[in-house]
Design a protein around this ligand. Structure first.
Ligand SMILES: [Zn+2]
Length: 210
């Protein structure tokens, strides 16, 4: 089963994907991480620039990277950050059976999004995600791995957030509508605390995977 996480930028999908991985041992493919890795490996500054500005990458590039990585996994997998447009949905359905797809849709209000995005810090060593407003961090040290490699993501700023929100409204809302029509969508209110959201997601996952 491919479990697709959809929701606006900063809604907490990445955090929940990591919790799902820890508690359910389900592999986690983040489109953003895959593309950043790809950019790093290829030292492709054009791709890096596009990623930092919050714009969408050329469809063909994204599609091939996602397909290659999905095809390597032959069990349940969480897919975060893809598909973001109906073009990507069509591509996905050309290569993967619709009956093996489920969608978890995260919704929240804009106020929450701003606070989460502005406070977001990642550990560049182990990938753990923190928020400087809500986590007590000692000397910028990662609680999980102990490395001093915490940094804010280059694309986490206001202009980029507005770009990503408009791209989401324009391109991704139709994706949610599409999957809703074929009864694939489970909605989750992501404005609650992380633990509460995760409890709800756990219930949904048990339904999906039963
Ligand atoms: Zn770490």
């Amino acid at each position: 089963m491919i479990i697709i996480l959809l929701g606006p930028p900063g809604v907490g999908k990445g955090t929940q994907a990591r919790l799902i991985k820890q508690h359910f041992s389900i592999e986690n493919l983040s489109a953003g991480d895959l593309l950043r890795d790809f950019a790093k490996k290829n030292k492709d500054t054009e791709i890096q620039k596009i990623l930092d500005s919050g714009e969408l990458l050329p469809a063909s590039v994204v599609n091939e990277i996602i397909k290659d990585n999905l095809q390597k996994v032959n069990k349940n997998v969480i897919l975060d950050g893809y598909p973001r447009s109906m073009m990507q949905v069509k591509f996905l359905l050309e290569h993967f059976d619709q009956k093996n797809l489920s969608v978890i849709h995260f919704f929240t209000n804009h106020h929450n999004l701003n606070a989460r995005i502005e406070g977001r810090i990642n550990c560049t060593y182990c990938g753990e995600i923190y928020n400087k407003f809500t986590n007590e961090l000692n000397e910028d040290k990662c609680v999980k791995c102990g490395k001093k490699q915490l940094s804010a993501r280059a694309d986490d700023n206001q202009v980029s957030l507005q770009n990503r929100l408009s791209a989401y409204t324009e391109n991704t809302l139709p994706v949610i509508q599409y999957f809703r029509q074929i009864d694939k969508v489970y909605d989750i209110d992501a404005s609650a605390d992380i633990e509460i959201v995760f409890k709800e997601i756990s219930k949904i996952l048990k339904t999906i995977l039963s």
